[in-house]
Ligand binder design. Sequence first.
Ligand code: F6P
Length: 545
Amino acid sequence: MPSARSDLPAWQKLTEHQRAQSRLHLRELFARDPGRFRTFSLALDGMLLDYSKQRVTVETMRLLMELARECELEAWRAQMLTGERVNASEDRAALHVALRADAPVPVEGQDVTREVTAVLADMRRFARGVRSGRARGASGRVFTDVLNLGIGGSDLGPRLACDALKHCSNAGPRAHFVSNVDGAAIAGALDRLTPATTLVVVSSKTFGTQETLANARTARAWLEKKLKDKAARHLCAVTADPARALAFGVPADRIFRTWDWVGGRYSLCSAVGLPVALAIGMERFEELRAGARAIDEHFARAPLEQNLPVVMGLLEVWNVNFLGCGARAVLPYDERLRWLPAYLQQLEMESCGKSVTRDGSRAGHATAPVTWGSAGTDGQHAYFQLLHQGTSTVPADFIACCRPHHGLRSHHQALLANFFAQTEALARGMTGEEAAAGMREQGLPEAGIRGLLPHRIFDGNRPTTSILLDELTPRALGALIALYEHKVFVQSVIWNVNAFDQWGVELGKSLAGRIVSELEGGAPVSSHDSSTNGLINHYKSRKKK
Ligand code: F6P
């Protein structure tokens, strides 16, 4: 195989193909083929994926599949699913699928699902105890609140799930999340909570992350102030390093294990999901795992052409590498999914934000685009201007549910009307003739129309994918998460990067470790560049003594 992706025959064909069809407009593609929606949409288990508003033809998809095969996607998929050490730079497997498997996953002779099952049983027992009021705090009061302290993958998954699935639970403690080391975050949370009724979950795979440990120490001191030597009964931990959690003071029977073969951003189905089991219920958490499992099975077995994560991953490759799009928006038209963009930012950008390929050479092609977004319809009144008429094309994923959990039907109709309208407007745009006709209808004089016309034209041809879920159930959320996990893996294979390491976060961490001690002393610092020295010294001269 050629070392550079751009030397692959399919890559070159795609480059040629893009040139040849660069003038094609989505408007024209829809006009030409009334069956376009049917050709470019897939359905699975209460989920519809419509990618007919992507700038692709049957030939584009055929060539993308050819590229996937040239990059040996099927072999890589098999390696990941069978626990081979696909995370080569850390010499580890990436076995998040084993977290939700219902059959043994043997890795180097050991069935890793046994350990998973044992931890799940502990979680079940614990969550049931807390939710039923059997497991109580030190002063005999039931736990009314759970405070999760974690960051990145030890925060975003459970935060997303607890927020998205709140409507599924009418019992159990309320979940709170603090991730930032900013004291304003933990102070604000503790102000609203009562030590006697709060259970603190310290979630850190390494149990060595600065932000999480700082928050955990503050929370522990807050518990100790009220509960004295019984404070530990309000602590539990989720970690791959139980010895460190024990040394921190977490009782051994409150430490829930995770493993080095689960990456933080892929870990929601592990004990990292403990806040979900506590706040929403273990049964719901099991349903979420089952939804993820259904997508794992689909990803493992479905032919590439009908494989949802494969199609989504290849569409992103098309947009990034052949249409030159450097960003993608994630736009859930569902308030309950408001944490999804942040969750996907970590999943996608920490996984594929790399410029070096698996063999250590510079990638000669673009990799992860900037992932960003927020819940609709707010964005329509803020940044959608750029999506419609800006100079860069930003493909977007629109996500909505057909059936809401509330009874406000007219709200839901309005929400969905906006969803459909936006994707249509982004695809179709508005021509000069249409814009002029509209203004004439409003009675504008011809001179005014001429002046306004350039501002009223929408080029359109802006690609979007629509995902419609029947309902936002735990199962649907699990499926959605697994869909994106595997999509990211597909992209990593095409881009030839390791989706499971994150060396890029280390430099800033180690510099911060050094600077924190420099902030203590009174002497000015001079060991950095003049900007960093200047900023630190300015801060030292202004901070409260
Ligand atoms: O800094 C990045 C990171 O390592 C993420 O990959 C991870 O999810 C997060 O920090 C938290 O790590 P831990 O769970 O070990 O505290």
